[in-house]
Design a protein around this ligand. Structure first.
Ligand code: HEC
Ligand code: HEC
Ligand code: HEC
Ligand code: HEC
Ligand code: HEC
Length: 430
């Protein structure tokens, strides 16, 4: 009996051992690496056949010997300043500064090609590795895992235009950086559309919704993808952000407006930006938000921007328009105060459904107020409980007028009010 058990155990050990050897031989990276060596050798042999200069032939033969003697091995870059190890060059051998010191080759296919562009001179790979720009899972040596296209890896490979997010993490000057256009365009749109009226960024801005300063680092476990229709492999913070700009937020965050499970909760109060944004603009905004990661970067890897000159204004109305944009009033009242955004279940004119509620269109209403009344509105805001409901049984509308208190005061407040009065539609003017 014992002897039988002994044989059985030995047999299974042998079987596992053989299986392990087979698995090892089939590892993706060995296939790519040996193919790369063969490609280099074939290229050199062709060069050799065409060359008659003895000195040059000698050099080529030396090169061939070098590639022949290179064993299959895990190749890696250790980034001590970042506590990471990037093994991408195990497959992307043409980008390994030790195997291919010139960092150029004539191959056009991945993972064999050399790195496109000139970034490797300003960001030497031995110091920058790959994942600081591309994300992905540096330690992994299989394609899907390395590219981060697996569950539980929250930073999948970034491709252009999203790749600009990485540039902007280090380059505080990204607005002038040629390779980071998407992030610059995204920041511009973020300011123009008044996202900051509802969302703070690192504490600066509105408190109506979440602070977006760390949305790039949001753990996927805290995101509810159930209404997005995304396949599980596509769950990522990048897609979550982008969906807020390419789909109606009310669809992806529907909540419980009918009160089926208790107090009614309104759907997402985020305006339907998808109606006006081009796909490239949504990508740019996404790239910008991804750049706001709190992942720490040692200060010597930062490139600072020169301070911008203070803007100057021709008159109080111009300054007031600037103040209106600075605080993101247009996020709720539309650009130039010309169109109040949707506010679920708020009472509006000509309304037949809860989802037709909207914020006030300022051009239509500000003319009915005096300067002092406007200042009071801005200082004290209007709490959600005071926003009149369309359906009294329905949820409290998600958006309210934030109390700006002392945040807007003095010259800013005076000129803001002057601007508001200047946009009032004619005929309503006092
Ligand atoms: C096991 C081999 C392997 C490893 C390790 C690997 N790659 Fe790749 N990579 C490939 C292959 C094969 C392709 C081409 C096919 C594809 O895109 O899946 C590729 C393509 C790419 C592309 C182009 C993708 C596209 O769709 O245009 C990028 C960028 C890239 N890899 C970056 C990385 C980075 C960064 C790492 C390290 C975190 C890495 N790779 C690690 C094998 C690998
Ligand atoms: C400084 C940032 C930066 C670093 C560091 C960096 N890359 Fe890139 N990489 C880029 C950019 C930007 C592009 C797109 C350039 C272009 O298309 O001209 C790119 C393109 C690529 C591509 C080609 C993608 C395609 O569409 O064919 C691959 C593959 C790739 N990188 C892999 C790597 C690997 C592997 C490393 C590490 C050895 C690395 N990169 C390091 C920024 C970087
Ligand atoms: C980990 C931080 C980091 C990342 C990520 C990064 N850079 Fe840089 N980059 C630097 C530093 C630091 C320098 C300055 C190097 C020097 O002074 O020699 C630099 C230099 C440059 C330069 C040379 C000109 C200049 O302004 O000094 C360009 C162009 C550039 N980066 C573009 C990019 C682009 C495009 C990306 C994104 C694909 C990117 N960088 C990603 C840190 C980074
Ligand atoms: C009128 C107020 C309002 C404005 C303006 C607004 N949002 Fe939102 N946003 C919300 C609310 C409320 C939520 C939370 C519910 C949800 O996830 O949709 C939200 C959620 C988000 C989320 C998901 C955050 C997370 O942690 O899950 C992102 C990303 C986002 N907004 C981006 C933007 C961008 C970019 C803009 C500007 C183009 C913007 N928002 C403008 C109200 C607003
Ligand atoms: C998060 C959304 C939001 C933001 C940001 C916002 N408001 Fe409002 N605002 C509202 C809502 C909701 C009301 C209407 C409250 C009510 O029903 O009485 C309102 C009302 C007003 C009114 C009174 C209009 C009326 O019909 O009674 C003025 C004036 C006004 N806002 C100005 C501003 C200014 C100026 C800013 C920027 C400093 C701003 N708002 C930012 C949501 C917002």
């Amino acid at each position: 009996m014992l002897r039988k058990l002994f044989y059985l155990i030995n047999f299974s050990l042998l079987a596992f051992f053989l299986l392990a050897i087979r698995q090892d031989a089939r590892r993706g990276w060995k296939k790519y690496q040996s193919r790369y060596y063969r490609m280099e050798i074939a290229r050199l042999e062709q060069e050799l056949a065409q060359s008659s200069d003895p000195g040059k032939r000698e050099r080529i033969q030396e090169e061939i010997r070098r590639w022949r003697s290179m064993g299959l091995q895990i190749r890696q870059i250790i980034l001590r300043d970042f506590d990471r190890v990037d093994r991408c060059i195990t497959c992307h051998v043409g980008m390994d500064p030790f195997a291919n010191p010139s960092l150029t080759n004539s191959f056009t296919e991945n993972p064999y090609q050399a790195h496109p562009g000139k970034l490797s001179s300003s960001h030497p790979f031995p110091r920058y590795g790959c994942t600081l720009c591309h994300q992905g899972q540096g330690l992994a040596t299989e394609v899907a895992a390395a590219h981060g296209a697996v569950r539980h890896w929250e930073r999948p490979l970034l491709k252009p235009p999203y790749l600009a997010a990485s540039c902007a993490r280090c380059h505080v000057n990204f607005e002038e950086l040629p390779g980071a256009k998407a992030a610059a365009l995204g920041k511009d749109l973020f300011d123009k559309l008044g996202c900051v009226g509802c969302h703070a960024v690192n504490g600066e801005g509105g408190a109506v919704s979440v602070d977006l300063g760390d949305v790039a680092d949001k753990p996927l476990g805290r995101v509810d993808f159930s209404y997005t229709g995304l396949a599980r492999e596509e769950w990522s913070v990048k897609n979550w952000i982008e969906l807020h700009l390419t789909r109606d937020p009310m669809e992806i965050v529907p909540n419980d407006p009918q009160g089926k499970f208790g107090e009614p909760i309104p759907p997402s109060g985020m305006p339907p930006f998808y109606r006006e944004l081009q796909p490239s603009q949504a990508q740019a905004l996404t790239a910008y938000l991804l750049s706001l990661s709190h992942e720490s970067v040692p200060h010597e890897y930062y490139v600072y921007a020169s301070p911008k000159p203070k803007p100057r204004f021709a008159n109080p109305v111009e300054h007031g328009r600037y103040v209106f944009h600075k605080y993101g009033c247009q996020g709720c009242h539309g650009i130039g105060g010309a169109r109040g955004v949707r506010n679920f279940n708020a009472l509006g004119p000509d309304q037949t459904r809860m989802d037709q509620g909207a914020e006030p269109t300022l051009t239509k209403v500000v003319g009915t107020y005096t300067r002092e009344e406007l200042k009071e509105k801005i200082r004290n805001g209007v709490p959600s409980s005071a926003v009149v409901k369309f359906n009294p049984e329905g949820p409290i509308p998600p958006l309210y007028m934030p109390p700006w208190k002392d945040k807007i005061q003095g010259r800013e407040l005076e000129d803001l009010v002057t601007y508001l009065l200047s946009i009032a539609e004619k005929g309503q003017w006092w």
